[in-house]
Design a protein around this ligand. Structure first.
Ligand code: ADP
Length: 471
């Protein structure tokens, strides 16, 4: 067999093997067929060379034509190899991109949050299945429309304005900031959402991605908790009422007895002799009687205000005034008589936006706890309520007593419900206090004082929690 034939066959077998390798490595039959065709062409050329060659001629006897054919075969083999490598790289790159794309598509399709992508002017480019379920629109219905259609007024106009401002000035006010707004479903119903908007810079343009979570369930739970909290506050008020009512009966007894005494004396004076002097004295007594009647009325009014159900209504209040009123009510009762009570209000106390009745409930609870702690205490019996303004737009109210301080077993769980050291205590007072204070955006702390006794401190923001300046 001629050397050329042997070489030629070798080249073609190698080309075929290479095609198979290409097929196996790239798993792409189009490229494999292409390489196989090149191989066959080379084989055909090789056979021609072999046919024209004499058997076993020495290599140096090859004519020009045979050498050219052989060179073409080798070149073709190299080209198949280089071509295969290039295609392999290209296909691998394409697979990486396809992999990333399908992973991204899987995340997009299965995300728990609704994902909506839009171009710079807010035109929707993609809408995932969660968004379809959340808003009730199909993807096709939404593509090409503006995202603002998914919001009711005034959010719709505000969104259009933000986008318009962004297009003109590049001001990205809402980008990267999560916020809660109201969205609108296809059927027109509205629901609360949490919207997180991010900006994605592509080589040729920018797109926006909105991640949206439906907050309806959470809001519902929050409102249920708020209702429960209201009920708890009401129950606590009623339980406090039970204890207070006997003390109030006692308190009311005083003005009522005084009224009756003044009225009787005045009647007697007028019965004796209706002279000018007696009329004057009787009039003075009647004025006193009417003052006492007003005082009794005030006590009843305060009591009614204390127990009546009410919406949490926050008004601008003078903290020293509301604290004073609350402590008066809290200290009604015989045990309080032996206690030295002092109220200190700094000059810098600002007005605060609070629910008057609820904050009074907190102060009453703290003062009554302090009075309870002092009831069977042999040492000094004093309560000091101190109010001052803090530089951070807050007002701090502290209630300090000289009693035994906090018992070890309740110290770490003070604000948890049903924690009590009292025989008839319910242990919900402080937990209700904490709920109220936190609902106002404030804090409450309680600790044993270094000098003995306990100190509770309530810090409230001056502005109503959540009240932000309108954008
Ligand atoms: P209750 O008054 O029904 O026990 P609270 O939640 O108001 O419920 O109080 C929980 C517990 O905290 C009290 O039982 C008491 O042990 C402790 N405590 C509260 N205030 C004081 C205080 N000023 N001094 C000592 N202990 C206190």
């Amino acid at each position: 067999m001629s050397v050329v034939l042997l070489l030629s066959l070798g080249v073609h077998v190698a080309a075929l093997v290479l095609s198979l390798v290409v097929l196996w490595r790239l798993k792409d039959w189009r490229i494999a067929i292409f390489s196989a065709m090149i191989s066959l062409m080379i084989l055909h050329e090789g056979l021609l060379v072999a046919g024209s060659a004499t058997l076993l001629p020495p290599v140096w006897t090859l004519d020009r034509h045979e050498v050219t054919e052989l060179a073409i075969g080798v070149l073709a083999l190299i080209s198949v190899y280089v071509f295969g490598r290039m295609m392999e790289k290209k296909i691998r790159d394409r697979k990486v991109v396809e992999d990333a794309r399908s992973r991204l598509a899987a995340i997009f399709d299965t995300a728990v949050s609704a994902i909506i992508t839009s171009d710079e002017s807010g035109v929707i480019e993609d809408f995932n299945p969660t968004a379809e379920r959340m808003f009730g629109y199909s993807r096709d219905e939404c593509l090409g429309r503006n995202v603002s259609q998914l919001m009711p007024e005034p959010y719709r106009s505000a969104h259009d304005e933000v986008i318009a401002r962004y297009l003109v000035t590049g001001d990205k006010k809402i980008i990267g900031v999560g916020r809660e707004i109201i969205a609108q479903r296809k059927d027109g119903s509205e629901f609360p959402i949490h919207l997180g908007l991010s900006e994605v810079k592509l080589p040729d343009r920018t797109i926006f991605t909105a991640m949206i979570d439906d907050m309806s369930a959470r809001k519902e739970a929050e409102s249920r908790i708020a209702n429960l909290q209201d009920e708890l506050i009401h129950v606590a008020r009623l339980s406090a009422m039970g204890e207070l009512s006997s003390a109030l009966a006692h308190e009311l007894n005083q003005p009522l007895t005084a009224i009756s005494n003044y009225a009787q004396t005045a009647r007697r004076l007028l019965e004796q002799k209706a002279g000018k002097k007696n009329v004057k004295a009787a009039t003075e007594l009647l004025v006193k009687a009417s003052d006492q009647a007003l005082r009794a009325g005030e006590i009843i009014r305060r009591l009614r205000k204390f127990i009546v159900w009410g919406e949490s209504e926050r008004t601008l209040e003078s903290v020293p005034d509301l604290v004073e009123e609350a402590t008066k009510l809290a200290l009604v009762g015989s045990s309080a008589k032996t206690i030295r009570f002092q109220m200190e209000a700094a000059a810098n106390v600002p007005m605060a936006q609070v629910d008057r009745i609820q904050i009074q409930q907190v102060i009453q609870n703290l003062v009554r706890n302090a009075a309870d702690a002092l009831e069977n205490w042999d040492g000094e019996k004093s309560i000091v309520v101190h109010i001052e303004g803090k530089s951070a737009g807050e007002v701090a109210i502290s209630v300090r007593d000289t009693g035994p301080g906090l018992a070890k077993n309740v110290r770490d769980h003070l604000f948890e419900p049903f924690v009590t050291t009292k025989e008839n205590g319910m242990g919900i007072g402080l937990s209700v206090c904490r709920n109220i204070v936190e609902a106002h955006g404030g804090r409450i702390t309680g600790e044993s004082d270094a000098k003995g006794g306990a100190c509770f401190c309530v810090t409230l923001p001056v502005k109503q929690a959540g009240a932000k300046a309108a954008e």
